[in-house]
Structure formats: C-alpha cells, structure tokens
Design a binder for this molecule. Structure first.
Ligand SMILES: Cc1cc2nc3c(=O)[nH]c(=O)nc-3n(C[C@H](O)[C@H](O)[C@H](O)COP(=O)(O)O)c2cc1C
Length: 181
C-alpha cells in the first residue's frame, strides 16, 4: 500500500492540516497541500494545461496507489480547492486519456474536518461516485470533529483516526486480494 494524503484546506496551518498530521504520524503516509500548487478551475478549452495540475497528477499517479482526500467542511461540501482538483480530473478524460486510464488501478478514501458532527453520508457521494466512475476502489471515509475552542481534535477522535488507518489497510488488502484472484 502506497498512499498519499491530499489535503485541500485554504490554509496550511488549520484544522485539516492538524488532522492530516495526526493521520500521517500514525500511519507514516506522506501528505501534500493542494494550497501549495497553482491550478485553475476546469476550462473546456484547456487553456490552463500548462499550470501545475497535470505535473502534480503525473507524479501522484506514478508514485502512489491510494489517494486519501482530506477536506475541511465548507458550506456542507468539500472545500473549493478540492472541488477544483476534482473538476480538473476531467482533463484526464479528455486531453490526457492514457494518464486517466491509470487511475483504474488506484484506490481512494476520504477524511473531513469540521467543528460539527452533522454530516450525512451524502457528503461522501462525490468521492464515492467519482471513484466508481474512474474505476477506482473506494476504501472508506471518516469525519473528524474538531474542538473549535482549542483548535484541536474533539475527544476520542485521535483513536478514531488510528482505527480508520487499520480499516483502510484491511480494505486495501481485501481489494488487492480480490483483484489478483
Ligand atoms: C468557508 C467556510 C465554510 C464553512 N462551512 C462549514 C459548514 O458548512 N459546516 C461546518 O460544520 N463547518 C463549516 N466551516 C467551519 C470549518 O469546517 C472548520 O472550521 C474546519 O475545521 C476548518 O478547517 P481548516 O482550518 O482546514 O480550514 C466553514 C468554514 C469556512 C472557512
């Protein structure tokens, strides 16, 4: 299993990064911040083909087999930067089809952060269904409630993250085994 955590907050020192650091520390998995890259929203004419999206995607696809998307909850949805990233995956269905086909061998998971605990399963629909559309295995997701007063995780959430890591490892192994039957 070679996962990369793809963090999609609008700041690199906020709650999502805190969650990502804990996930990374307990698993040893690396992470990147989408905020560190320059890429613009989807363009039907692909005039943005020379921005940093395609090089980033090429590297992620070459080096990792599991993409763990980490997003804050902004207006009951994934963050804007993460949605732009997902929209740009459409480049891989149009001008970069060979690269897009390589996603079929990959796996996806999601982790979210907010001060609330009011997310319904539908929050994960764009991740789950995008994975299905792209031929990726969806390994699961976790919402992490933050303690807004202290800018830290709510009680018990670090343990939830540790359990989540184990769950992802098991699901990865099960899917891997099924694929090679
Ligand atoms: C633009 C924006 C929209 C937000 N919308 C929601 C929301 O719909 N539900 C919620 O529980 N929290 C919402 N929040 C709070 C964030 O989810 C919460 O503070 C999160 O942990 C921030 O992560 P960050 O520090 O990585 O940005 C919002 C925050 C921002 C900045």
């Amino acid at each position: 299993m070679h996962p990369i955590i793809i963090s999609g907050s609008s700041r690199n020192d906020g709650n999502t990064t805190r969650v990502v650091e804990i996930l990374s520390n307990h698993s040893g998995w690396k992470y990147i911040e989408l905020n560190d890259y320059q890429f613009s929203y989807y363009d039907y004419q692909h005039r943005n083909r020379d921005d940093q999206f395609l090089p980033l995607m090429r590297n992620l696809i070459a080096d990792y087999d599991t993409f763990i998307f980490a997003t804050p909850v902004y207006w009951y949805s994934m963050s804007g930067i993460m949605k732009v990233f997902f929209d740009r995956i459409s480049d891989l269905l149009t001008i970069e089809k060979p690269l897009g086909r390589k996603l079929r061998t990959k796996k996806m998971a999601g982790i979210s952060a907010s001060g609330g605990n009011d997310l319904e399963d539908l929050f994960w629909l764009p991740f789950r269904e995008s994975a299905k559309y792209l031929g990726m295995d969806y390994l699961g997701d976790l919402h992490v409630k933050m303690n807004s007063d202290h800018d830290d995780l709510a009680l018990g959430m670090e343990e939830e993250i540790i359990r989540f890591i184990e769950k992802l490892k098991i699901r990865y192994a099960q899917n891997h085994f099924r694929q090679h039957l």
